[in-house]
Design a protein around this ligand. Structure first.
Ligand code: FEO
Length: 399
C-alpha cells in the first residue's frame, strides 16, 4: 500500500491478513502490518522492506513511490525475515542502492543470503549519521530489541524515531496509519501487549536501555515496524513499554490460570474468582489454559499483579497446559508478581509442589497464602481455606 506520510515520506508497508500464525506460533486474527517507509529527499532512502509474502505489492509500491528516481539507500533496522525477507529482491532491482546496516546485520545478511553485498554496504555505527539532503539520520544500536543486530534511527530533521520492533503491535492497519486515527486503548492495547510481551518480553533490560537512549531525543513521531505510527500522546505507549520492560504489572487485579481435566479444578477457580470479587477486586479473569492461546496467557500474566495457578496433577506432574505456561513465563523472564497455587490430585496430588518450584525460581515472586489441595473436587469443608486464600491474595494486592 502506498500512502503519503509526513514530510517527504511515503508509507510502503503491507497488511498481511492471510497469515494465521506470526512467527509460525502467535495467532493473528486481526492480521499484522509490515511497515516500510520511503524518504524522497535530495537522495532517496528506503527504511526496511517487508515479509517475502508481500514482495509483489511492496516492490510495485516502491517503484510507484520512486516515480523513476533512483534508490540511493536501504536502511536496514532489523534482519528478521518479516522485515528483511524482501531485502535481497530490492537490492537486486536497485543495484545502485547502498545498504545501511550494523556490523551484526551484515553478518546476519550473509547467513540469510548468498550474494556478497559488501561493496555496497554502509556500516551504521552507534551514533553514526547519514545526511540525505534536508534530512539527517542518527543511528542508535538496540541489541536484543529483538535480535542482536537491531538498530533504530532518528530523523533529526523531523523528529521521527524509526523504532524497529519496539512500539510494534499485531493488527493490520487497513488504511489508518496513525494511532490517533483509531481507538488504541480499546481496540489495540491487548494486541500490543500480546505482541510486546511474547516477542520482546524476555528482553526487559535491552528495552529499558533503548528507552533511556530515546528519552534524550526530541521525538515527535514514533514509526515502528508493525502497527500504527504515533504522532500524538506518545507517552501512552512509552509508558506501557516502560512498564512491560520493567516487569511492572499494569493492573492491580488477579488472573487465575486453570488446568482442569474434568472441570473440578476450574470450578474451584471460579469460586475463588467470586470470593476475590467480593473482596473488592475488579476485573478478575479466569482462563482455562487448555482453551486459551499461550500468547494470551503470557500477556495476561504481564498485565495482572496477582497470578493464581490452579492445576490438576497429571502423570505425577503438572497438567500439561499449565506446565507449558509456566515454562513460557520463565522463558519470558516474568517476575515481580504475587502468586497463589491450587493443586488437585485424586490419589497423589503433586502439581502444587512442582508449581511452587517453578514459580519460586522466578525473580521477586511472593506467594499469597498456602497451597490449597483439592482431592478430586472442592468440598464444603474447604470453603474456609478457599476464603483464607482469597483474603491472602486481596491483602497482598492492598500492600
Ligand atoms: Fe518484526 Fe523481530 O521482527
Amino acid at each position: 500500500m502506498l500512502q503519503k506520510l509526513l514530510n517527504d515520506y511515503l508509507y510502503l508497508g503491507q497488511d498481511d491478513d492471510r497469515l494465521a500464525l506470526f512467527e509460525n506460533v502467535y495467532p493473528i486474527p486481526r492480521g499484522v502490518s509490515y511497515n516500510a517507509y520511503l524518504l524522497l529527499d535530495e537522495q532517496t532512502a528506503l527504511l526496511d522492506t517487508v515479509d517475502a509474502s508481500q514482495a509483489p505489492a511492496f516492490l510495485d509500491a516502491l517503484r510507484e513511490g520512486l516515480a523513476g528516481r533512483p534508490l540511493d539507500y536501504v536502511i536496514v533496522h532489523h534482519m528478521e525475515p518479516d522485515h528483511a525477507g524482501t531485502l535481497m529482491m530490492t537490492l537486486r532491482q536497485y543495484p545502485e542502492a547502498k545498504a545501511v546496516m550494523t556490523k551484526k546485520a551484515q553478518q546476519m545478511f550473509a547467513q540469510f543470503f548468498d550474494e556478497d553485498i559488501s561493496a555496497r554496504v554502509v556500516t551504521a555505527a552507534e551514533n553514526g549519521t547519514l545526511v540525505t539532503g534536508r534530512h539527517s539520520f542518527r543511528f542508535l544500536t538496540a541489541p536484543m530489541v529483538h535480535w542482536p543486530e537491531v538498530m533504530v534511527s532518528f530523523d533529526e530533521t523531523d523528529g521521527i524515531l524509526f523504532s524497529a520492533d519496539a512500539f510494534g503491535t499485531f493488527g493490520s492497519l487497513h488504511g489508518a496509519l496513525y494511532a490517533d486515527q483509531l481507538d488504541f486503548e480499546r481496540d489495540w492495547l491487548d494486541d500490543a501487549r500480546r505482541y510486546h510481551t511474547n516477542i520482546v518480553g524476555k528482553y526487559g533490560a535491552p528495552v529499558q536501555a533503548l528507552l533511556k537512549k530515546a528519552s534524550a531525543l526530541p521525538i515527535r513521531v514514533i514509526a515502528p515496524l508493525h502497527g500504527p505510527i504515533w504522532r500524538e500522546n506518545l507517552g501512552v505507549f512509552i509508558g506501557k513499554l516502560d512498564q512491560w520492560s520493567r516487569y511492572e504489572p499494569e493492573d492491580n487485579t488477579a488472573v487465575i490460570f486453570t488446568g482442569s481435566v474434568y472441570g473440578h479444578t476450574h470450578a474451584a477457580a471460579l469460586r475463588l474468582a467470586a470470593l476475590l470479587t467480593d473482596r473488592g477486586l475488579r476485573g478478575v479473569r479466569v482462563y482455562d489454559t487448555s482453551k486459551t492461546d499461550l500468547s494470551v496467557l503470557v500477556a495476561e500474566a504481564f498485565r495482572a499483579r496477582a497470578l493464581v495457578f490452579a492445576a490438576a496433577t497429571y502423570n505425577n506432574g503438572i497438567f500439561t497446559p499449565v506446565e507449558t505456561l509456566l515454562t513460557d513465563l520463565a522463558a519470558h523472564d516474568l517476575q515481580n508478581r504475587v502468586f497463589a497455587v491450587i493443586e488437585n490430585g485424586s490419589w497423589a496430588p503433586n502439581s502444587g509442589k512442582l508449581m511452587l518450584e517453578r514459580l519460586n525460581a522466578l525473580k521477586c515472586m511472593t506467594q499469597a497464602g498456602e497451597t490449597l489441595t483439592l482431592r478430586s473436587a472442592l468440598k464444603p469443608a474447604q470453603e474456609t481455606a478457599l476464603a483464607a486464600l482469597a483474603d491472602a491474595i486481596a491483602n497482598a494486592l492492598q500492600a
